[in-house]
Unconditional design. Structure first.
Length: 185
């Protein structure tokens, strides 16, 4: 019998100084049986970085036509497509053809370097793609904050992020591997 997703609840308070966005979000996150706490918390981090009333989690790990997170406009057009991990470059190119902006949040230490070395050439021409590498120590520390019920505060300023749960704070300094055309990154 197949295992079902584990449900997590997160009350997320966001203070995004860079975007002048200050809101609370009550999130329900389904963690697929094969998904790690680290991956789930990176999805939560990506949500915090792109928080918007219309931003939603995709249906899951093994759904080919949906990302980990996305935001659609009122017509159904995809404004933002967000992938977590080290997705196949064909999947990323397809996403770039479907969405106005595509973001990849890569994590996993040295595996990210190998993935980017292999993928960067074919993704070079994607003008609406941003690829962000997350430090392995930070994502492991994020995973340690994972609970079935979470009360988290996220502060974003100057491109850096701080996620706080009770008395523990995880500082994250993302590295931009590729920015959209014209961004200089």
């Amino acid at each position: 019998m197949a295992q079902s997703a584990t449900i997590f609840k997160a009350d997320l308070q966001i203070a995004d100084v860079d975007r002048d966005y200050y809101r609370d979000h009550a999130l329900t996150i389904a963690r697929h049986p094969s998904e790690t706490d680290e991956r789930m918390m990176v999805r939560l981090l990506a949500f915090a970085r792109h928080a918007h009333d219309a931003l939603a989690f995709g249906r899951g790990l093994h759904v080919d036509d949906e990302p980990d997170l996305w935001r659609k406009d009122l017509t159904g057009a995809i404004e933002v497509w967000i992938e977590v991990g080290q997705p196949d470059e064909r999947r990323v190119r397809r996403a770039c053809g479907r969405a106005a902006s595509v973001f990849v949040y890569a994590y996993g230490g040295r595996a990210v370097e190998r993935w980017w070395d292999q993928s960067s050439g074919s993704l070079e021409g994607a003008t609406n793609l941003t690829v962000i590498s997350l430090p392995p120590d930070a994502t492991r520390s994020l995973a340690a904050l994972s609970r079935r019920t979470m009360q988290l505060q996220c502060t974003l300023q100057g491109g850096q992020m701080w996620i706080t749960e009770s008395e523990r704070t995880v500082a994250i300094e993302p590295a931009v591997l590729k920015g959209p055309a014209g961004s200089g990154g």
